[in-house]
Design a protein around this ligand. Structure first.
Ligand code: NAD
Length: 396
C-alpha cells in the first residue's frame, strides 16, 4: 500500500518531504542538506504557478503538462520521456507527478516504463485525484478512444496530499470529485456519507469552500464569481474536508490492499461506473462531454433503483440516496442524455444498453455490476446481459 503523507502548508512542508524522499531513493542516511537534483517533476499547467517556485528553490527541474484527457496518450508519454532523456535522467531518478488524475496517471505510467521503471511519487491536486486516481497504483494512458487501455500497476514511493491545494479548483471539478467521494462513502462508511452530504449541501448553499477562489454556485454551476476571501471561511470546513479526504483514502486503500489487481473486492469501487461510463461515452460522442463524476453520480442514482428492484436495497434507503444526490444538484441519466446528447426519450434505452453491453466488465453473458445493499455496504453481482437489458428498458 502506498505511503500517504498529509501536509497543510505546501511551501513550508513539501521541500523537506522531497529531500527525505530523495535521500531515501538515493540511499543516503540523512536528508538534511541533500539537494534532490535527481527528482524530475511533471506539473499540471493549472497548478504550475503554485508549485514552480517551491520546486525551483529546491533545485528540481520540472516540465508543464497541459492536463486534458486527450493528452493522456502515447503522444503525451513521448513528451515526458523525451524531456527526461534530454535531461539525461538515469535509472536512479525519481519522477514526481503533480496535478489532477490526468497528470498523475500519465506521470506514473511514464515512470513505470522509463528505462524499465524508475521510482515515482504523486502530489494529487484535484479532489478526484486525492481520493481516487492517485490511490491504488493504477497507471495508464488512453489509446484509440479507449480509456486507460495501456497501463501498468505501479507503486509510488509516496502520495503527498495537501487538501488546501483544492482551494483553486473550479466548481465543476469540485462537483465531479464530490461524486467520487460519495461513491466511496456509500461503499464503506454510512455515517460519514450522511455528514458529507450535509456538509457539501451547506457549501452549495453558499457557505463556500476554504480558500476556493471561484466560489460554488448552486448545483455545480460555475461559481458566482465572488472571491472566497469575501466568503465566510470557517475552520470547520477545512477540518471536515481533511476528514473526508482521509476517510475516502482509507476506504479505497483497504479495498485495494485486499485486491490490488482487481480480481474481486476492488470491483466494488466501480459502483455507478457501468452506467456512468455509458453516459460519459454517449455525451462525449455527441460532442458535449460531462464530467466523470457527474456521469458516475447519474450511475449511482440508477443503481439505487436497480438495487431496489433486485431486492437487495430497502426502499427507504434507495429513496434517500436519490434525494441526496438530487438535492446536491446531480442529474439522473435521462436528464443528462436529453440535455447533452439530445437523445429522444424513445431511443434512450436502446442507446444506453448498446453502451452498457459493450462494457469492459462484461464476461460473456454476464456483467459484474455493483449493487447497493445499504449505506456503507455494496456487493458485486454477475447480472445476466438479458436481465440488465430488460431493467434498462423498464427504467428508460
Ligand atoms: N488511476 C486511477 O485509479 C484513476 C481513478 C480515477 C480516475 N482516474 C483518471 O483521472 C482522470 C481525471 O482526473 P481529474 O478529475 O483530476 O481531472 P484532470 O486531471 O483533468 O483535472 C481537471 C482540471 O483541473 C485542473 N486542476 C488540477 N488541479 C487544480 C487545482 N488545484 N486548481 C485548479 N485547477 C486544477 C486541471 O488542470 C484540469 O483542467 C481521468 O483520466 C481518469 O481516468 C484514474
Amino acid at each position: 500500500m502506498e505511503r500517504v503523507i498529509y501536509i497543510t502548508d505546501i511551501e513550508l512542508e513539501l521541500p523537506g518531504i522531497l529531500r527525505r524522499l530523495w535521500a531515501g531513493a538515493a540511499g543516503a542516511e540523512e536528508a538534511a542538506g541533500v539537494r534532490p537534483t535527481g527528482i524530475y517533476a511533471v506539473v499540471d499547467g493549472n497548478v504550475a504557478g503554485r508549485f514552480a517556485p517551491v520546486l525551483e528553490a529546491a533545485g528540481i527541474e520540472w516540465m508543464p503538462f497541459v492536463a486534458q484527457e486527450e493528452r493522456k496518450s502515447l503522444e503525451g508519454l513521448q513528451e515526458i520521456v523525451g524531456w527526461l532523456l534530454e535531461r539525461e535522467a538515469d535509472r536512479g531518478a525519481l519522477l514526481l507527478g503533480i496535478g489532477g488524475g490526468v497528470t498523475t496517471d500519465i506521470t506514473a505510467f511514464a515512470a513505470s516504463v522509463y528505462k524499465r521503471g524508475i521510482k515515482y511519487a504523486l502530489v494529487p491536486t484535484t479532489l478526484l485525484a486525492q481520493v481516487d486516481a492517485s490511490i491504488g497504483g493504477k497507471t495508464g494512458v488512453n489509446f484509440h478512444g479507449y480509456k486507460n487501455v495501456i497501463g501498468t500497476f505501479g507503486s509510488p514511493e509516496a502520495v503527498i496530499v495537501a487538501p488546501r491545494v483544492l482551494g483553486s479548483l473550479p466548481a465543476e471539478e469540485w462537483h465531479s470529485g464530490m461524486a467520487e467521494v460519495l461513491k466511496t462513502l456509500i461503499t464503506g462508511d454510512a455515517e460519514m456519507y450522511g455528514e458529507a452530504v450535509e456538509w457539501y449541501g451547506g457549501i452549495l448553499e453558499g457557505r463556500g469552500i476554504p480558500g476556493n477562489e471561484v466560489g460554488l454556485g448552486k448545483a455545480g454551476q460555475s461559481g458566482d464569481g465572488t472571491s472566497m476571501a469575501e466568503k465566510i471561511v470557517s475552520e470547520q470546513d477545512e477540518e471536515m474536508l481533511v476528514r473526508i479526504v482521509r476517510r475516502c483514502i482509507g476506504i479505497k486503500s483497504s479495498i485495494v490492499e485486499a485486491d490490488r489487481t482487481e480480481k474481486g473486492e476492488r470491483m466494488k469501487l466501480n459502483l455507478g461506473h457501468t452506467l456512468g461510463h455509458a453516459v460519459e461515452s454517449i455525451c462525449l460522442n455527441a460532442g458535449r462531454p460531462v464530467t466523470h463524476g457527474e456521469a458516475v453520480a447519474a450511475g449511482i442514482i440508477a443503481t439505487a433503483g436497480i438495487s431496489l428492484r433486485k431486492g437487495v436495497l430497502a426502499e427507504e434507503v434507495a429513496g434517500r440516496i436519490v434525494r441526496d444526490f438530487k438535492s446536491l444538484g446531480y442529474r439522473d441519466i435521462s436528464e443528462i442524455l436529453a440535455n447533452c446528447a439530445d437523445v429522444p426519450e424513445e431511443e434512450m434505452a436502446a442507446k444506453l444498453s448498446d453502451f452498457v453491453l459493450n462494457d469492459k466488465k462484461r464476461k460473456e453473458d454476464f456483467i459484474n455490476f455493483v449493487l447497493i445493499r445499504g449505506l456503507g455496504s455494496v456487493e458485486t453481482a454477475a447480472l445476466g446481459v438479458n436481465e440488465l437489458q430488460k431493467i434498462i428498458y423498464d427504467m428508460y
